[in-house]
Design a protein around this ligand. Sequence first.
Ligand SMILES: [Zn+2]
Length: 397
Amino acid sequence: MMEVSIARWFDNHQCASVLMIDDLSDAYIGVYPESWKNDWGNLCDQPGSAWRFLEEHLLAAFPEIRITFFVPYARHNVVNENAPFETRKYGVGERAEFSAFLRKLAALGHEIAHHGSNHGRYIDPANVSTYRNFVHEWELFDDEEEGIEVTRRGIELFREHAGIDVVGGKYCGYRQRDNSAAIIDACGFEYWCSGVNFLSGEPGVGYFGRHSVLDFPTNFPGNAFVRLSYRTGNLRKDRRKKLTRFLQPFYNIGQYRALDALCDAGEIISVQEHISPATSSGLTQSANIVSDMASLHRLYRHLRGRSVWHANCRDIARYARLRDGTTLVMDDDRLTLRYTGTPLAEACELSLVATDPFELVAGDGRRFGSRTKNGSEVANIPVGCGESRFRVVRRDG
Ligand SMILES: [Zn+2]
């Protein structure tokens, strides 16, 4: 009898990776002379936009990257109108151009995910610094009903205006309180980013709530390879960086090791970024695609040497849920896959591996042949809810 098992990641890749970009929204803060640095998404895909910058400076070199954009659906409150800069901000549905832009990103294989309504509020709006002066959205919901209503409204708005089904998201500022998980669970999300676990070494993914929401990790800072050298706009910090930037090459050794450790352990590598360096105070946003571009190039060049499944959070979460919720039973040449997890929104592909070439024959006659990948034979098969049965046929060479 042939031994067939479920691959840890799609197509028998060793690990999975996503680029997570926070706070894409229909907003703009005119801090810099260059428009792409000021753009939070308001310029959509026009020349001079943040998206064009991303395309030309990162995606052109690494087209394999898939991005999940975390998008607040109302006017972004971190963008403070009292800032001494030109500010513009709109909510989803206010400008058809922005909805069309979101649709375009989704059509390119990227993902639009939930990131609250307006992200929260300033304690003192006259002070444009967020430092100890901003309360994030999920810290503000005193009762669960209100949180559910505000969160559900986002799901409806993305569907209504952009035709997008939002299936996951992230707490604003990774801040939550005791009722937050219940709000997320009640809204029917498939995955949620609850906390930052940079290099914590905690393996695997967890689930929470009655609907088994996958707790998506945030485990790698996009600025890892420039952290000691980039300018923040804060004089004291920048003076310190003049000294520390010489240590960056030594620091990088540890960062490469951390990436390799995640790959070796078959983990998700989730690279954390923000869309724009521009903030209402004029200081540079920590971790942003502009300041961190050289770091991102180092990171993705390194991942080219590894077996990485590049996918958005939704696809990674769906594979993990399918893998973790499926039991595989072999009886002679009959193979049964039994999915007992939370019902799937749509059929997904599961990857099966064996040491020798094989073919799976479904009840309706469809055949799925294996091919060699990472030293094993792998076949990708569509699986829905309940049971899927196949006959396993050994193939020669
Ligand atoms: Zn945010």
